[in-house]
Design a protein. Sequence first.
Length: 128
Amino acid sequence: MFIFALFTLVLSLNESLIIQSPQGLANNTELQQIPFIIADFSYVPYGQSITGVLEVANPYHFCNSKFNHSVDRSSDQSNVKILLLRRGGCTFGEKTIQAQLLGYQIVLMQDNVDENINKLGIPRDHLQ
């Protein structure tokens, strides 16, 4: 299932996710600036904007290695593939490695656990 939305990640000190289209989502005041933190699993292009098409993982927890989807592995900035999935079921590392193997450049992980977020420190890959 695809969400036909164009997202822009603005990677700066004031990290935010901006929806550019469709207009119904882009004009929603609750979605104007979506806060996020970066889990540094690979190169992070700070100071740049990244635009891409968002796909929702199926299954949403993305822990099933049988997730079968063909992705264009082009490095073209206009062809960035973003995967939305939910936390839990397996480790963050397992999810991101599987997404990378399928050609996704960005993973957005919905955090369904209400807790303080630590932006500093060593990543704890074993967390679910």
